[in-house]
Each structure stands twice: as C-alpha cells, then as structure tokens.
Ligand binder design. Structure first.
Ligand code: HEC
Ligand code: HEC
Ligand code: HEC
Length: 425
C-alpha cells in the first residue's frame, strides 16, 4: 500500500500541474444521425437493461435517461449525465466513435476524463457490436432538455485530469478474454457479468481510491447503505448458491433457500435483467456458480437446509430473551417455514444473507424501511418496524444471529444509529 500511496500522490500532483486531457472528438452534425434499424434498437434496449443504464441515469421523479441521480462518494457527490439524444444537454451530438470511447476508455466527447462511478471499467469489456446496438437505442429515445446538477466533488477530487493518474494505477483497458478452458455458456456468462452487468461494481470491496480490489472479486461490499453479499467461496449463505438457485434468483428475484432480491438488487433483477433472455440468465448463473464452486454441498442442500431450519427452531424454543419475544410477536406470522420446505417469500431467516452476512446493514435497513410493494418482489410488502427502539432492534438482531448459529455482530448500536441518520438524509 505504501508504494501505491506514494505513486498516487505523485500522479495527483502531476494531474494538478498539467491539465491532462484527451483530444475532443468532432460533434455529430444533425444531418448525420439517421434513424437505425428497429431490430438493432430493440437489441440495444435489452442490453441497456442488462447494463442498468436507466437505473443510474434517472433521478427520483426525473425523466428516464435524463440523468441527475446523485452518487454520494467519499469525496463529495457526483451526478449521472443526461444520456438522452438532446444535442445540448445530452449525447445527441455524440458520434458512434465518441460513445464507444466513453464506454471503453471513460473519456467524454470533449476529451475530459469521466469518473469511475460510471462503470466504464466494466463496459470496456462490451464488444463494439453490442455498443452499436446500445448507441442506436439511446439515439432513438426522446431528447430531454435537462441539465443535471454540477459535479459536487471536493477540490482537488473534482478535477477530471486527476483521473489520468487513477487510470494509470487502476484501469487496464484491455477487454476480458474468453477462457478456452470453459464452455461457451460460461464464457457468455462471464462476458455479461463482467461487462454490461458490472456485478462486481457492487459485490467487490474497493480500495481507498474507489477502485475494486481485483484480488477480492465478489467478496461482498457495502454500497449506498445496502450490503451486496459475497458470491465467491466466502458466500455467507449456509446453503451455497448453485446454477439453478442463481438462475431462479436472477430470473424471478426469489430462491427458496436464499430468499428474495431486495434493496438495490431488486432493481437489477426486476428492472434491469427483466428483458434478458432465459439463455443469457442461465449463462450468468453458470458463470457465477463456478465462483462459489461448492460441489460437495450440491447433493445435500435439501437435507442441510432442513437440519439448519430445525436447529434454528429448537434454539428459538429454548431462548427466552426479549429478542426472541419480539421475533415471535413481530416476525413469525410471515417468516415461519416448515423445515423441509422453506418458501422464498417467507425468507427463512436462518438461511438468509441478511442475517448470516458479517455486515448487519440489510437486516437493519429492511427493519427500518420495510420493503414496499414496488420494491423487492412486485406486489409484496414487508412492513417496516422503524418505531421499535434501538434497544429492541439490537435485541432482535442479536437473537436472529443466535438463532442462525452465528457470532453476535459487533458495534450493532453504532451501525443502527448511523444508518438511521443516513436514511433520513
Ligand atoms: C452505477 C451507475 C451507472 C450505470 C449503471 C451507468 N452509468 Fe453512465 N454514468 C454514470 C455517471 C455517474 C456518469 C457521470 C460520470 C462523470 O460525470 O464523470 C455517467 C456518464 C455516462 C456517459 C458520459 C456522458 C457525458 O455526457 O459525459 C455515458 C455515455 C454513459 N454514462 C452511458 C451509460 C450507458 C450506455 C449505460 C448502460 C450500459 C450506463 N451509462 C450505465 C453512472 C452510471
Ligand atoms: C447496484 C448494486 C448491485 C449490482 C450492480 C448487483 N448487485 Fe447483486 N446484490 C446487491 C445487493 C444490495 C444484494 C442484497 C439483496 C438482498 O439481500 O435482498 C445483492 C444480492 C445478490 C445476490 C444474492 C446474494 C445473497 O446471498 O443474498 C446474488 C446472487 C446477486 N446479487 C447477483 C448479482 C449479479 C449476477 C449481478 C450482475 C448481473 C449483481 N448481483 C449486480 C447489489 C447489487
Ligand atoms: C406481514 C408479513 C411480514 C412480517 C410481519 C415480516 N415480514 Fe419480513 N418479509 C415479508 C415479505 C413478504 C418479504 C419479501 C418482500 C419482497 O420480496 O418484496 C420479507 C422480507 C424480509 C427480509 C429480506 C430477505 C431477503 O432475502 O432479502 C428480511 C431480512 C425480513 N423480511 C425480516 C423480517 C423480520 C426480522 C421481521 C420481524 C421484525 C419481519 N421480516 C416481519 C413479510 C413479512
């Protein structure tokens, strides 16, 4: 780390002294933009879903793709750009070349560097062919004349030229190469997950400069007060993910052993991946299952789930704590499962990552905010319990950890206080 820090300081100094810039690309003349083939546009629409472009590029209550969604970072707040084809405020004057350069290299049409909150570090893996479809789709949208707020990063981090150094340190523009030792399906899954799907943007921890730690890919991370659990061999779920459970979860947002897609994952599944073909979802499931790689568990999953639930029920019966009382009174009406047949929508809390992960954020957040009908599984509601006192919530969370045979979470009170504060902002 010491060496990296020194190099980073030098590069930041260089970025401050020389305003580093790439060449601007000429604007597209209005006469040059011909409407594209409808089949290409349709393919681009599906790809935009897999890339979650609309989720990041739409502000709460704003027009789709017009930008303005805030990205709080450790260095201040950044706002997503308007990527509708408005010629002044969007990307209407961007040529195909300018779009491809932005997606592959993180450089704006005018030549300045873009910040990696825009996941070009993943989009670099997307083929020109797929980018053509995406470009055709974006250019087919209705232009929206909306100016997103000014980048609110603090000095010197707001200087785009500093990204020159960041890229030198943390960005390898070479696209992902297919692995000839793996099947076509696996390679397709890797292409989607590591490219447009940018799964590790949330599921991998980052270093102090906001770059993903490559050696800890899929090790789990906290992003905007949601915890994206580990999907590698350290995954916290007692019943490890398999190709089939991953397929179910990514396709429908539900898996009997692991529960439902809530929080930011809900948008990934119910908005983003919704239009993707079954075949592409299957390919991602094949690829992700290989990261966990737990063949030993596969055949015994049902028996292991049953004994885990059974154990949890016995611990519940023997516990007389305040947390247990709260659990019986407030949760079991909906979250009760027969040991041999857990149901996804009754999320079995002894098997669920919200309880078994090292980070308590998802459990606390779901208790504070509930899951509204338009979040999580469409039409299903989990009530909020924000009126419980901090002591109550901590007792309940402590009990749920005991019930799932996990060590207590340290510093739970502090995490809860911080989360309440953050969610009020
Ligand atoms: C995780 C959030 C996120 C996702 C997902 C995302 N973007 Fe962005 N994008 C951003 C942010 C933030 C910026 C602004 C970066 C900056 O100001 O440096 C941006 C900037 C851009 C730009 C540069 C526009 C300009 O005027 O400078 C383009 C083009 C773009 N995004 C296209 C896309 C496309 C296409 C997709 C989907 C495949 C996508 N983005 C997905 C967050 C995201
Ligand atoms: C914007 C952030 C974000 C992105 C991008 C994202 N995830 Fe997630 N993911 C989450 C969060 C948060 C959770 C926890 C949701 C929950 O427990 O209900 C999660 C949960 C999951 C889970 C369930 C893990 C568990 O043990 O409960 C799987 C599987 C998963 N994601 C796969 C993916 C795949 C595959 C991609 C890429 C296509 C992806 N995620 C992209 C944030 C994200
Ligand atoms: C009225 C029924 C109901 C009650 C009471 C209830 N829940 Fe839920 N809970 C749900 C439903 C339904 C979901 C799934 C929501 C969705 O998918 O949109 C859920 C989801 C969850 C999740 C998210 C699981 C995941 O896989 O991401 C957690 C954690 C959770 N509940 C914990 C609790 C706790 C703890 C209590 C007691 C304080 C409780 N719930 C009380 C209905 C309920």
């Amino acid at each position: 780390m010491g060496k990296t820090l020194l190099v980073a300081v030098l590069l930041i100094a260089a970025g401050l002294f020389f305003v580093i810039h790439q060449p601007a690309l000429p604007p597209l003349e209005a006469s040059e933009s011909a409407p594209a083939d409808p089949a290409l546009i349709e393919r681009g629409r599906v790809l935009a879903g897999i890339g979650n472009c609309a989720t990041c590029h739409t502000a709460d209550g704003g027009k789709s793709y017009a930008g303005g969604r805030a990205f709080p970072t450790g260095f201040g707040t950044l706002y997503a750009a308007n990527i509708t084809p408005d010629r002044e405020l969007g990307i209407g004057s961007w040529s195909r070349e300018a779009f491809i350069r932005a997606m592959h290299k993180g450089i704006d049409r005018d030549g300045s560097y873009l910040f990696p909150a825009f996941p070009y570090t993943h989009f670099k893996n997307v083929t020109n062919d797929d980018l053509d479809a995406l470009y055709a789709y974006l250019m087919s949208l209705k232009p929206v004349a909306y100016q997103p707020p000014e980048n609110g990063l603090r000095f010197p981090f707001k200087l785009r030229s500093l990204q020159w150094g960041w890229q030198l340190l943390f960005f390898d523009s070479k696209p992902l190469q297919p692995d000839p030792g793996q099947s076509d399906t696996w390679n397709r899954g890797a292409y989607l997950a590591e490219g447009l799907g940018h799964c590790t943007a949330c599921h991998s921890p980052r270093n102090a400069f906001g770059a993903e730690k490559k050696d800890r890919a899929y090790a789990g991370a906290l992003v905007d007060n949601w915890y994206a659990p580990a999907l590698n061999a350290q995954q916290p779920v007692p019943i490890h993910w398999t190709e089939q459970t991953l397929y179910d979860y990514l396709r429908s947002g539900q898996s009997p052993y692991q529960g439902v897609a809530a929080g930011s994952m809900s948008e990934v599944v119910h908005k983003g991946l919704k239009q993707a073909s079954d075949k592409d979802i299957r390919a991602m499931a094949v690829y992700l299952a290989s990261l966990g790689n737990d063949d030993a568990q596969q055949n015994d999953a049902a028996a292991l789930a049953a004994s885990t639930i059974d154990g949890a029920q016995q611990r519940t019966a023997n516990d007389r704590s305040h947390g247990e009382n709260l659990y019986i009174g407030a949760c079991t009406g909906c979250h009760y499962n027969a040991a041999d047949k857990p149901i996804a929508l009754r999320a079995e809390l002894s098997l669920n990552s919200a309880v078994t992960a090292d980070d308590p954020t998802n459990l606390l957040r779901v208790l504070l905010q509930g899951i509204a009908a338009d979040q999580g599984t469409p039409g299903f509601v989990m009530p909020e319990f924000a009126t419980l006192s901090d002591d109550d919530i901590v007792s309940l969370a402590d009990f749920l950890r005991r019930r799932a045979a996990r060590e207590p979470w340290p510093d739970l009170h502090k995490r809860l206080t911080d989360l309440r504060k953050d969610l009020q902002k």
